[in-house]
Write a protein that binds this ligand. Structure first.
Ligand code: F6R
Length: 357
């Protein structure tokens, strides 16, 4: 199968209409700006009264909640939950801190949760670029972290995610972590240098992985913790940026069901590619499981690859996996001859939902 060269500038000019690759290379600057913006949030609540934290958001915005939860849940004294839907759990009260995260500020599921949080008199923080939502929040004296609106939600992952961390730090609900944040930014800088478009395919692991994945359905596996949540992000990126089907799952759970489903995979006229996301400090039983699982089902895949997280802290390692996945999916879009930015079917669906209301 002949595929275009990922070093061809003309290909990028022709397909990448909104400079998604340039935006991905600028993650270090974006994540840093996000930290600075969030530090300026006025009117934060009294954290001593908070008994639970809920992060509401969908798609690229909801992903920020997944990342925050996986980084923070082992440290926080109170539960931290991600809500991706129309309804808040019944226990939500005036002792719940509710983050309402919506890049556009118009996502109906997230707005529904916002209304419920208002009814329950929860403590609310809003992260959005949406003028209407921000204006309403200001009028209610609710803190708003405003983010730029010109990027796609999923390309704004730093703007959406870092404010969650910084706000919880400002509230004293998690420890201050300046060294960890510096390492996150440093790892993103290192990744950007290694993976950005000017780095030729022969030296660029994201371009190489995109080429390997071309023509196959990616199956991304991680384990409970950072590699599992990164696997979900990779899957969504292959869907939204590369416009292809992709699937993900988490160890140890997949060893209790999905592993059996590979038995008859050869009967289908499809090539699958296995991508195992790995990190050196994974729980030892999960490391062992991933090795054994791959040895048992590896022959069902046309190719099998391991991607190792980089960095010292879990936070930096998570950021490195996100950056590698985002670059890979966006390069893969170019191989398929599609623009990585638009997600027309999502906008079409949202428009249809709004019809005749
Ligand atoms: C678009 C994207 C979508 C949106 C989702 C929710 O790039 O990633 O998944 O994030 O449709 O919309 P917002 O983020 O505006 O609340």
């Amino acid at each position: 199968m002949s595929i275009p060269s990922l070093d061809d500038e003309e290909l990028v000019k022709e397909l990448d209409s909104k400079d998604m690759l340039g935006i991905t290379a600028q993650y270090p600057e974006q994540w840093e700006e996000a930290i600075q913006r969030a530090k300026k949030t006025p009117n934060l609540c009294d954290a001593s009264e908070v008994e639970h934290v809920i992060i509401c958001g969908m798609g690229g915005s909801g992903a920020s909640g997944d990342l925050a939860r996986v980084i923070l849940e082992a440290e926080m004294e109170v539960p931290i939950i991600v809500s991706k839907g129309y309804h808040l759990p019944k226990f939500v009260s005036n002792r719940t801190l509710v983050f309402v995260v919506s890049h556009s500020g118009t996502t109906e599921e997230t707005l529904s949760c916002f209304e419920q949080a208002l009814e329950k008199k929860s403590k609310i923080v809003i992260i959005t670029s949406g003028r209407e939502l921000a204006t309403r929040a200001f009028s209610l004296n609710i803190p708003v972290i405003e983010i730029p609106g010109h990027l796609q939600a999923r390309a704004s992952i730093g703007f959406l995610f870092m404010p969650l961390i910084v706000t919880l730090m400002q509230l004293g609900m998690i420890s201050n972590r300046p060294d960890e944040l510096s390492e996150v930014l440093q790892v993103l800088r290192d990744m950007a240098k290694k993976l950005a478009f000017p780095q030729p395919t022969c030296k660029n692991p994201a371009k190489q992985l995109a080429i390997d994945l071309y023509g196959k359905i990616p199956i991304i596996y991680g384990s409970e913790g950072i590699t599992g949540i990164a696997a979900l992000r990779w899957k969504c990126e292959f869907n939204e940026s590369s416009k292809i089907p992709a699937f993900w799952n988490i160890l140890p759970e997949l060893d209790h069901n999905e592993i059996v489903g590979w038995q008859l995979a050869d009967r289908f006229d499809v090539e699958f590619a296995l991508v195992n996301l790995r990190e050196p400090c994974d729980y030892s039983r999960n490391i062992r499981r991933m090795n054994i699982t791959t040895s048992l089902i590896g022959n069902k895949f046309k190719i099998s690859r391991e991607i190792w997280a980089e960095g010292t802290s879990r936070f930096a390692r998570l950021a490195s996996l996100i950056h590698m996945g985002d670059f890979t999916a966006r390069y893969l879009a170019l191989l398929y001859g599609v623009d990585p930015t638009p997600v027309d079917i999502i906008w079409h669906l949202k428009a249809r939902l709004g019809e005749g209301e």
